[in-house]
Design a binder for this molecule. Structure first.
Ligand SMILES: [Zn+2]
Length: 240
């Protein structure tokens, strides 16, 4: 069994209220800059977790949450800087299908795309109350391999069904030389909230109880996580 090295990719920056990022935070106008992130798993296979957002100015643009993206933060450029060509990504695991996590699938010509069946089913028949954050037209273009619940996908890489932020979110569990690491997607956006007592998930959720159950499920697997929008993962040593 081979270990993977996890390399975070910085794919743009959103400015938004910090209180949105942690469940039950007191309302505050304090805003922060938060990265759009994907994670390249370097190992036996070329694996990418999430693909980032659409171009800030494209017609699919997410109006509710404008963000900035420098050329070096475009997915192909970020991958090359991490030492891999887009054509060499074999596998993409999507934590969920929000605009800022799944909008660049078309830039990976040789990849197979894995998402949870519950997430896929939702984008076929979305309900208005859970639709915020999706660019449905764009994410429906990808042919997905559908996963039903918890599953080992490959040696050293498995997924956990973790609904709450969306209907069919999933976390990715990766074996590294330092132990198991969980890539949480937007179940947890900031590592500091995972270390609170009790730990708290993201403040944005479609199902609060499901979200808390999902958080406990991740806690049982590992204390080491890589969240969906945490600037600290981009600092030197930030993956550890
Ligand atoms: Zn999200």
């Amino acid at each position: 069994m081979g270990f993977y090295k996890i390399i975070p990719l910085h794919l743009g920056t959103i400015t938004r209220p910090k209180s949105n990022m942690i469940l039950d935070s007191p309302p505050s106008d304090e805003r922060g800059d938060f990265p759009l992130l994907a994670y390249y798993l370097k190992g036996e296979r070329g694996i990418l977790v999430d693909t980032g957002g659409n171009p800030p100015d494209d017609p699919y643009g997410q109006k509710a949450q404008p963000y900035t993206r420098a050329p070096k933060q475009e997915l192909p450029n970020a991958l090359r800087a991490a030492g891999v060509a887009p054509a060499d990504i074999e596998i993409v695991i999507l934590t969920h299908l929000h605009w800022d996590h799944a909008a660049n699938n078309h830039l990976l010509p040789n990849a197979r795309f894995y998402c949870q069946r519950a997430e896929y089913d939702f984008i076929q028949n979305p309900t208005p109350e859970a639709s915020m954050g999706y660019e449905f037209e764009r994410v429906r273009k990808t042919p997905y391999e559908l996963v039903d619940g918890d599953a080992k996908l490959f040696d050293s890489v498995s997924v956990l069904l973790t609904p709450g932020h969306t209907k069919g979110g999933q976390c990715v569990v990766v074996d590294t030389a330092e132990g198991k690491v969980v890539l949480t997607g937007d179940l947890v956006t900031l590592r500091e909230s995972y270390r609170m007592h009790p730990p708290r998930p993201n403040g944005l959720c479609v199902d609060r109880e499901a979200m808390l159950t999902s958080l406990r499920k991740v806690k049982a697997v590992s204390e080491r996580i890589l969240p969906g929008h945490d600037p600290s993962v981009l600092l030197p040593g930030g993956v550890l």
